[in-house]
Write a protein that binds this ligand. Structure first.
Ligand code: S3P
Length: 424
């Protein structure tokens, strides 16, 4: 499927972006091991989260849609061995977090994924799960896991990854003794917050999280806030299009996710915040972003990287509109996401006329550039597709994006929102 994007006059309006992908995964996963029935309102109905739900169903979870936006999760008294391989589709979160839950149960399962997921590194979770006592075959998908009684470990993860941290913590829920995870920089802490809201005693240290095995998880009701990683696309468009303005409603503003707002501040992009509220331990707010003509360049490195890891493709587009050189370093993880995001975004933006220098762990982008529309491809990566669409709004001429069906992974209504927000 192709998406064609023509330049627009501006972007103006209000948006409730799709619900948070990370939180939807966790609501399904933790709801499936709670001590009773939970209700999830407004889960993200994208491919990745649907894969999580389907895999859990294969192991005994039942669910019932109460209306179009509300699902009741009915956990199995005992997980059952899946009769077929668990297809995680394109979703790293599904495979990595689910592995933690499977490893701590007396079942065997094979986890598979699409072509992109099959290339992604799984040793990062296989290793700690093996140390805990699970039998895990495969350092890349397919993974075969034979679970059982685990023992708690003290694990220093070499990467700042919420998927690794969450996998180990989820395995630790049924392990003997205490499980502790530390990481080089703090990654998103949704799992810890949701566990705490479900009554699990989670200890948060300066650079580590720990919990004791054997605790019970109370069921919950939750409305999933909007995803800052999806909102980022139209927020960048509003900041770059003259007279642009976007009010984002119900935005999840967990501080481990809001690096984007820090970058906007560094650029001098005006942001207006509403009154903060909370949803099952997650801060939520309304945020308005506005256009500014002279945007300062920015630097992304160190602890900021995990706080905006999924927003880097669209921040690279923003960098092409800043006055001066923006630098992104310490983001080598981008090379093992749904695609090699450093290479793909750099290649595409260069073809659109941007000046981009590529490093192993990031890039330097010199702006401002008047981009030129051209033909690009998502290569199956949703965020690459949406970043190019935003670049297309700012470019001269038409941009055509091949493989646009990938966008539905995290933002099924992207094209509809694009048309309703843009002024042509
Ligand atoms: C996610 C964590 C991040 C992020 C991914 C979702 C999660 O990955 O890129 O889209 O839900 O935990 P890493 O934690 O592996 O960096």
């Amino acid at each position: 499927m192709k998406l064609s994007v023509a330049p627009v006059v501006t972007l103006d309006g209000e948006l409730r972006p799709p619900s948070d992908k990370s939180l939807t995964h966790r609501a399904y996963l933790l709801g499936s091991v709670a001590s009773g029935e939970s209700v999830v309102r407004r889960p993200l109905r994208g491919e990745d989260c649907e894969a999580t739900l389907r895999c859990l169903e294969q192991m005994g979870l039942r669910y019932r849609w109460l209306d179009e936006e509300k699902v009741r999760l009915i956990p199995a008294a005992q997980w059952v061995q899946p009769g077929e391989p668990l297809d995680c589709g394109n979703s790293g979160t599904t495979m990595r977090l689910l592995s933690g839950l499977i490893a701590s149960r007396e079942i065997e399962a094979t986890l598979t994924g699409d072509e992109s997921l099959s290339r992604r590194p799984m040793k990062r979770i296989a290793e700690p799960l093996r140390l805990m006592g699970a039998a895990v075959e495969g350092d890349r998908p397919p993974l075969h896991i034979a679970g059982g009684q685990l023992r708690g470990i003290d694990y220093a993860s070499p990467v700042a990854s919420a998927q690794v941290k969450s996998c180990v913590l989820l395995a630790g829920l049924r392990a003997e003794g205490t499980t502790r995870v530390s990481e080089p920089s703090t990654s998103r802490d949704h799992t810890e917050r949701m566990l705490a809201a479900m009554g699990v005693r989670v200890s948060i240290g300066i650079d580590s999280v720990s919990l004791a095995g054997g605790q019970s998880l109370q069921p919950f009701e939750m409305t999933i806030p909007a995803d800052i990683s999806s909102a980022a696309f139209f927020m960048v468009a509003a900041a770059c299009l003259p007279q642009g303005r976007l009010l984002v409603r119900d935005l999840g503003v967990n501080p481990t996710r809001t690096g984007l707002l820090d970058v906007f501040d560094a650029c001098g992009i005006p942001l207006l915040m509403g009154t903060e509220r909370s949803e099952l331990g997650e801060p939520v707010n309304d945020v308005e972003a506005r256009y500014v003509s002279q945007k300062r360049p920015f630097v992304i490195e160190g602890d900021l990287v995990p706080r905006l890891i999924d927003e880097i493709p669209v921040l690279a587009v923003l960098a092409t509109q800043c006055v001066g050189t923006s630098v992104i370093r310490g983001a080598g993880e981008l090379r093992v996401k749904e695609s090699d995001r450093i290479q793909l975004i750099a290649d595409g933006l260069r073809r659109m006329g941007a000046s981009v220098e590529v490093f192993e762990d990031g890039m330097a982008i010199e702006g401002p550039t008047l981009l030129r529309g051209t033909a690009v491809s998502t290569q199956g990566d949703h965020r690459i597709g949406m970043a190019f669409a935003i670049a297309g709004l700012l470019a001269e001429g038409e941009t055509t994006i091949d493989g646009a069906e990938a966008i539905a992974t995290s933002y099924p209504d992207f094209e509809r929102h694009l048309h309703s927000l843009c002024v042509i």
